[in-house]
Design a protein around this ligand. Sequence first.
Ligand code: 5GP
Ligand code: ZN
Length: 108
Amino acid sequence: MCVFCAIAEGKIPSKKILESDKFLAFYDINPQAKVHALVIPKEHFKDFNDVTPSVMAEMTTFMQEVVSVLGVKNSGYRMITNIGVDGGQEVPHIHFHILAGEKLGKLV
Ligand code: 5GP
Ligand code: ZN
């Protein structure tokens, strides 16, 4: 079982931010900003190439709720999903990073 499936099932503990029947948001174990959250669908998809449009549509609504709960909706944030080897993906279960809580260095 992959590490994020184990987190989704509660087999590995996580610091939860928001949970629904289909999605989970929790804090990254190795934060790269003052606020660093991860959002996953509970269903396993390897990456953005594999996820379905209907799951992404529902996840959009969930992520909008997550940034509200985090209190960063208006101050701003960055959302990243890494894909595959060149994208630097380490955990092969689609996840979106939400980085916030400070002025972030420009990437692109
Ligand atoms: P990726 O490089 O795949 O885009 O990001 C994986 C992220 O998952 C990393 O930022 C890493 O710190 C985080 N991570 C890996 N294992 C765990 C874990 O067991 N718990 C939590 N909360 N985060 C994890
Ligand atoms: Zn998984």
